[in-house]
Structure formats: C-alpha cells, structure tokens
Write a protein that binds this ligand. Structure first.
Ligand code: AMP
Ligand code: MG
Length: 313
C-alpha cells in the first residue's frame, strides 16, 4: 500500500482460499487507495479537495467522512480530517527549509475545522438515496491519512473471514487488526510496541485475543526544518504540530476506531488523553510523552496494566 508493507496471517483455511483472499485484499486496498489517497491526483478525495463537484461520491468516502466527523465531535476537535491545509503548508516549508510565516499559518488555520464539511450517506441521514460530501468553502481539504490504515485493515479482516479463516491478523505498517472465531482457541496475539527512542527495538508487548492495536508515533514521520523535528500530527485547534509527545498505542474493537483515537489521543497529550481513555470503556492506551532530561513519561490505562510485558526501557 503506497510502499507500506501489509502482512496477513490466517488459520483454519485452505491454502488456495488464503491465496485468493490475499489477491482480493490487494485489489480492495488498491480500490480504496485510488479513491481516498491524496498522493493520487485523480482520486475522488483529491478532486473534491480541488473544489470539483463530483456526480457521484463513493459511499465509502461519505461514510468515512461521517465517521470522522463523529470522532471530531467526541474528541472535541482533536481528530479532524480537515487538517490537510496544515499538512500542505508544512510540507512546502520543509522543501523550502523554512518555518511558515504567521500569515501563512493563519491562512491555513482558517480552512481547518470539521464544521467546514458535512457528509450524508444513503443508509443513514437526511438525504435518502444519495451519498454526498460537501466542503462548505473554497480551500477546505480533507486528509484521511489518520484513519485509512486502520480501516483498510478492517476490510482485510472481513475478506479473510468471508473466505473462511477462523483466526487471522492483518498488519498494515504496524497498525494491527486481529480476529478469531468463538470456536478458535482464543490464544491471544502478541503485539509489539516500538520503542519511541531506539528504532527497531520493541518497548513492550500487548496481548489481544481480538480487536485492534494502532500506534501514532512522532518518531515515524516528521518534518525536519533547520535541524529541528516537527511532528506530522497537528493540533487542529491551534494549527501547530503536536509537541512533547512520543507515541500513543491504542486498542479498540476496530481498526478504524483504534486509528482515529490513536491520532486524537496523540493530539490531546498525556493529561487530556488519559482522562479521555478512562472514560471510554472500549478503549485502552499506552501514552508515551517526552519526560525530563530526555526521558519518557509513560501512562498505561488500567485495562492494560495486567497484560503488558516490558521488553526494553
Ligand atoms: P496517524 O499516523 O494515524 O496518527 O495519522 C497521521 C496523519 O493523519 C498525518 O500524516 C496527517 O495526514 C493526518 N493528520 C494529522 N493531524 C491530524 C489530526 N489532528 N486529525 C486527523 N488527521 C490528522
Ligand atoms: Mg491514526
């Protein structure tokens, strides 16, 4: 997927069915990417972002936009797919090796906010019979980068289940969704959390019987300008790259939820993030922030304390 490796494991099915499922997953990911990716100029999302009116908005885009909108509400704006103007501004500044000016920042910020779009879907919503996605002013642009991998992993799991797997795991660039049938032995999957300071090292291992584990980390991707690193995740409320955070690993029932909330909790930071996670019964998190003297400040939510195994510190 756009250079990101996908690993697929499954049990309880014939090799031929597995091989066919892998082909179907590759085709589905390609199909989704061709609609959603902003790296592709001809994707539906890129066309909407350029202000084109589409005759037909693919259902999946309207649905994802709607889910993202609800997540924005629940996270008080920490998660917001309208961050795209900020992403573009910082990308341009990295190329030019300079910081954005105040004018550039406020121009980009004025185009950010989940109130600046709305989506309706065929199955639910005011307009029966059509999917739609409306950007309310010129310059508003959407970026599904904060949820795409998790959603793609959910789709891959569905394909494996339909093909007869009784136990399966999909890993898209480290974002993981696992599932097993009630009839399976329910041996938990062991999922490593990368060490935010030393690359290639595993910091801790979580065990999940089913569900998703997704990490948002500032060590993964960043903008380096004049020797300083700026995070690829933005606080939509300030328009600035998030500071002081290393990683958020979040567990949730689906990849879509885990991916969205990992990004959101990363924006919230350790204090607000902790309170948020503790109020959501289906979410658990490991939040790692920069500590004093180059150290780390670590929060582990109550539901994970028992099951976590530390490897390197
Ligand atoms: P993730 O790695 O899942 O945390 O997603 C990060 C990507 O999501 C970034 O590269 C941006 O494309 C986009 N993004 C950045 N900040 C936000 C935010 N606050 N809400 C939603 N998406 C964001
Ligand atoms: Mg995410």
């Amino acid at each position: 997927m756009g250079g990101i490796p996908i690993n697929i494991s499954a049990w309880g099915m014939e090799q031929a069915d597995f091989d066919e499922a892998v082909v179907d997953i590759a085709a589905r990911v390609e199909e989704l990417e061709s609609m959603i990716s902003t790296y592709r100029e001809d994707s539906e999302v890129s066309r909407l972002n350029r202000g084109e009116k589409l005759d037909h908005v693919p259902h999946v885009i309207a649905q994802l936009a709607k889910d993202a909108w609800l997540t924005s509400g629940l996270t008080r704006g920490a998660f917001d797919i309208t961050v795209k103007p900020l992403v573009e501004l910082w990308r341009k500044c990295r190329k030019e090796q300079r910081l954005p000016t105040e004018d550039e920042l406020s121009a980009a910020r004025s185009k950010v906010g989940f109130q600046k779009y709305y989506a309706t879907t065929e199955r639910l919503g005011a307009f029966k019979g059509s999917d739609s996605l409306i950007l309310t002013e010129p310059g508003v642009m959407l970026d599904f980068g904060g949820i795409a991998k998790g959603y793609f992993a959910d789709e891959a799991i569905t394909i494996l289940r339909l093909a007869g797997a009784t136990r399966c795991l999909v890993d898209i660039g480290g974002d993981i969704v696992a599932w097993q049938a009630d009839s399976a032995d329910m041996t938990p999957f062991r999922v490593g959390i990368n060490h935010p300071h030393s690359s290639g090292e595993i910091f801790a291992v979580l065990e999940i019987p089913t569900g998703s584990v997704v990490t948002s980390g500032s060590y993964e991707r960043f903008y380096e300008i004049d020797g300083r690193r700026y995070c690829h995740i933005f606080d939509p409320r300030t328009g600035k790259p998030v500071e002081g955070m290393l990683s958020v690993t979040l567990t949730a029932p689906t990849g879509l939820a885990a991916d969205a909330y990992a990004t959101a909790v990363f924006v919230m930071g350790i204090e607000e993030g902790r309170e948020f996670v503790e109020n959501q019964p289906l979410l658990e998190a490991v939040i790692i922030a920069e500590g004093k003297n180059g150290g780390m400040e670590i929060y582990i939510s109550p539901g994970l304390v028992e099951g976590i195994e530390f490897i390197a510190q």
